[in-house]
Design a protein around this ligand. Structure first.
Ligand code: MG
Length: 124
């Protein structure tokens, strides 16, 4: 039903996110991964059918906020939703991401329930 792109510089965090998505029973067809914004944009070129991006904010090379800005140059919030994954206390970063065109965010550490709350609207 949907191809999802997880962007995080920590491979451990990408694994955790994939596990929580499985536990939350989010109906994704396939999950792609990227470790920074540059790689994410490359993944989008190779996979134009990606339906949703779940992205960390703090990453080397290109961070999550610059990724959102780049995505919004080509895709609307409806066409390609971007959900930020953030740590507690990152309110300023979240505000910046939202004003740059992010659709929403989940706060680490998250549970299957909290991730389902945020993602369900995009999978129904
Ligand atoms: Mg990070």
């Amino acid at each position: 039903m949907k191809k999802l792109l997880i962007v995080d510089d920590s491979s451990t965090m990408r694994k955790i996110i994939k596990r929580v998505l499985r536990q939350a029973e989010i109906a994704v067809d396939s999950i792609l991964e990227a470790s920074n914004g540059i790689e994410a944009l490359e993944q989008l070129v190779a996979n134009p059918d990606v339906g949703l991006i779940l992205s960390d904010i703090n990453m080397p090379e290109m961070n999550g906020i610059d990724l959102v800005k780049a995505v919004r140059e080509a895709h609307s919030t409806e066409a390609l939703p971007v959900i930020m994954v953030t740590t507690e206390g990152g309110e300023a970063m979240i505000a910046s991401a939202m004003s740059s065109g992010a659709n929403g965010y989940v706060t680490k550490p998250f549970t299957p329930d909290s991730i389902r709350c945020v993602l369900d609207p995009y999978f129904s």
